[in-house]
Design a protein around this ligand. Structure first.
Ligand SMILES: *Cc1c(COP(=O)(O)O)cnc(C)c1O
Length: 754
């Protein structure tokens, strides 16, 4: 193609570009003596383009004032469309949008939001400019099998995905050069519905690509990127989507392309849907395809961050690249790649780690090992604890640990558990010196903080507090807030939660075809003056959603207490293949038929980011009772902290290092018992002990003004001591200082034990 052709060839416009060129000042001849003042007018198309530019960068999702702009255009439709602004705008013509904007006086707010987005994306004085300059030319490439950014982008299933999403958002906030890589699931995770008998049914919906904030990723050659990964049985192709998350881009590989077999076209349809063969093929595309996609973009990574084992095949492709492009020997290339690689493990049970047998590995990694010049046995050895044990399958976590110089668990306790679990990989070291450190997970404050609390903090906290939310000092300002006002704000949020619960529960009743009285009762369920406990998470057995139900008589006594009752809101999905998990859901959902619950136990269907947000912003107490030490970190309780709720939890995961005796409630003292049966019995006793002796009395103890002073003090202690420490800003800064900067060749400050 000639230069001339290149110059006129249309290219994909970048986000917001159209609107910017329309805004640019017209050039005025230099000899013009006078140009009459010209009012800047917005054409309907221009206004529409600005709204669309806002909708196409997920930055809007953590800016309540921008979210509210979309909501106000049509509150009911916005809710029905899963808060997807692109889907909402698709229902407007530019002219109708303009009329609606004029009616609601939205012009200046749209302009201001648009200007703020432009400023944000172009800002230069970020935290990373000062603290992580070395990454400027050598960005971090962050791999994860799922990303939970917003409920309208259904490419996540639960905690791991939401953590990845929060990581990217905080990287954006800190200005950290980070490129994220994941898979595009066009059916995402399932929608959950319970039938009249309380049994979970799964529904997979086809995602409308045209209504998502994604566009084809364009390579350095100016063409849409398509990568191919070879197996012994032929190639698997994937196209690549680009999604803007603030200042960062997320690239998503999608196997639904021409040239793939029908099975391979469906390879990336669903999260964690298939057997091990589907799994290894997905992971091949994510790891190897992901590195190839990054290369097609013309990016030279400084750091590979592999979030959980799914993506660690990326290391092999990076080794191959070092050998091919730079002429390194295999051994030198492995050393180089390990120095650049950060590996995060999330799974505290041995059975939870991906493992593949030799046959699957040879079929899928055969061509790769040919390029690396290594034998099948050499390759298998990379994934084995005992390299020569032929009976041992290939474990992704082992490969991750061997091919990274920096590895970490996701809480202090999980660090201990992981060092113990993988000690055999370093038999010559004592356990404390097994090279797996920890960086505790955190949550993206702007995404989980309610608008009401934000207003309160904004008024009382120092002016620049939002930029420093990952630092301790700032949150001490919570003690300057008027206790009555903090309580009022929390009470308002609790009322919003109850509105949400009533809307959902009555809708559920209607869908199941229940009688009018049941629907009417659902419209009035729960009472804002009653102590409200939330329990929502995956229904994995170790999380023990039914622990509180162990002795129903005792529970009903608490629920029906005349002076100090409690009410509980449950939500959560069971994996489609997990029958015991579905049984638990059924047991809880069916309690509503028991008159002794007085309607004070409800189950909200289809737990997702939206349901989670409502719950964590409005509950009094967030209950968590996993079987210790199986909760690697947990993050939902961290979201509760920001909004003034209190945690009541087993001392596991993040809570084991967060609880200080004054900032929430502990269940038990962190014991580990001989077997599950004893553990469950003791933990159940401890749970009731804490509820009956601490939580309930403290909540209902009121002063002359009707305020629960001790409780409010605890809310303040919780916010003051925990909000910064369990923020994703602190987490990403830790990763930057301890891992990214040294891995990219900057000054080392090693926290991860290596
Ligand atoms: C935050 C979040 C989680 C994580 O919950 P934990 O039980 O604390 O691990 C899971 N799912 C969704 C939708 C979330 O928003």
């Amino acid at each position: 193609m000639s230069h001339a052709e290149e110059a006129i060839r249309p290219r994909t416009p970048r986000i917001g570009e159209e609107a910017r060129s329309a805004d640019a000042p017209r050039s005025v001849p230099s000899d013009a003596a006078y140009s009459p003042p010209r009012l800047i007018e917005l054409s309907p198309q221009n206004l529409y383009d600005k709204c669309m530019a806002l909708a196409r960068n997920l930055w809007w999702s953590w800016h309540p004032e921008v979210t509210n702009l979309f909501r106000e255009l049509d509150p009911i439709r916005f809710r029905q469309l899963d808060h997807n602004p692109i889907a909402l705008l698709a229902e407007f013509t530019p002219e109708r949008l303009e009329a609606r904007a004029a009616e609601l006086v939205l012009y200046s707010r749209i302009n201001q939001a648009y200007r703020r987005l432009k400023e944000y994306v172009g800002a230069e004085d970020t935290w990373s400019d000062v603290h992580a300059g070395v990454l400027g030319s050598k960005p971090v490439v962050y791999f994860s099998a799922e990303f939970g950014i917003h409920e309208s982008v259904p490419i996540y299933s639960g905690g791991l995905g939401v953590l990845s999403g929060d990581h990217v958002k905080s990287a954006s906030g800190l200005g950290l050069p980070l490129i994220a890589v994941g898979l595009f699931y066009n059916q995402g995770y399932f929608k959950q519905q319970l039938d009249i008998d309380g049994y979970q049914h799964e529904e997979y919906l086809q995602t409308r690509v045209d209504l998502l904030p994604i566009e084809p990723a364009i390579g350095v050659d100016g063409k849409p990127i398509v990568v191919q990964v070879d197996t012994r049985g032929g190639g698997i192709r994937a196209k690549v989507w680009k999604m803007a998350v603030g200042r960062c881009n997320l690239y998503l590989l999608d196997c639904d392309v021409e040239g793939n077999s029908p099975e391979d076209r469906a390879l990336t349809s669903r999260l964690y849907g298939g057997d091990t063969r589907v799994r290894i093929r997905q992971e091949l595309v994510l790891g190897i395809g992901g590195v190839r996609a990054i290369r097609a973009l013309g990016v030279t990574p400084g750091v590979y961050h592999l979030n959980e084992g799914h993506s660690v095949f990326a290391t092999l492709e990076a080794v191959r690249e070092q050998m091919n492009a730079n002429g390194f020997s295999y051994d030198d290339a492995v050393r180089m790649v390990a120095r650049q690689t950060v590996f995060t493990t999330h799974t505290p049970v041995p059975a939870g780690h991906d493992r593949f047998d030799g046959g699957l590995i040879e079929e899928h990694l055969g061509p790769m090992r040919d390029s690396l010049g290594i034998s099948h046995e050499q390759l298998m050895a990379l994934g084995r604890v005992e390299p020569h044990n032929h009976a041992e399958p290939f474990c992704m976590t082992v490969l991750g640990l061997k091919l990274s110089r920096r590895a970490n668990a996701v809480s202090q306790l999980h660090g201990h558990v992981s060092r113990k679990m993988w000690a055999n990989l370093w038999p010559w070291r004592v356990e404390e010196e097994v090279p797996i450190g920890h960086i505790t997970n955190g949550v993206h404050v702007p995404s989980w903080l309610s608008w009401q609390m934000l207003q309160l903090y904004d008024r009382i906290f120092p002016a620049n507090w939002f930029r420093k939310m990952g630092e301790p000092g700032i949150w001490q300002s919570i003690y300057d807030v008027d206790p009555g006002e903090l309580w009022e704000t929390h009470y308002a949020l609790k009322n919003l939660l109850l509105q949400f619960v009533r809307r959902r529960v009555s809708r559920q009743c209607r869908r199941r075809g229940e009688c009018d009285e049941a629907v009417e009762a659902a419209r009035n369920v729960l009472d804002p003056n009653i102590l409200t406990i939330g329990f929502a998470r995956r229904f994995a057995t170790y999380k023990r959603a039914d622990l509180v139900l162990n002795d129903l008589e005792r529970l009903f006594t608490l629920i029906a207490d005349r002076d100090r009752p409690i009410q509980i809101i449950f939500a959560g999905k069971a994996h489609p293949a997990d029958e015991p998990g579905k049984g638990l859901i059924r047991k809880i959902a069916n309690l509503r038929h028991d008159p002794r619950t007085s309607g004070r136990i409800v189950f909200i269907e289809d737990y997702d980011i939206n349901v989670c947000r409502h719950l964590i912003q409005g509950v009094d107490v967030w209950l968590n009772n996993p079987r210790r030490p199986l909760e690697a970190s947990g993050t939902s309780g961290q979201k509760v902290v920001l909004n003034g709720g209190l945690n009541c939890s087993i001392l596991d995961g993040w809570w084991a290092e967060a609880y200080d005796g004054k900032n929430g409630f502990a269940i038990g003292r962190g014991e580990i018992h001989a077997n599950d049966e004893i553990t469950d019995r003791r933990d159940y006793e401890a749970l009731y002990e804490t509820l009956e002796k601490e939580v309930i009395p403290c909540f209902y103890e009121r002063d002359a003004d009707g305020l629960p002073r001790r409780w409010i003090q605890m809310m303040m202690n919780s916010i003051g001591s925990l909000a910064w420490r369990f923020s994703a800003h602190r987490m990403v800064m830790d990763y930057a200082r301890a891992c990214y900067v040294p891995a990219a060749g900057g000054v080392s400050c090693d926290m991860t034990n290596r």
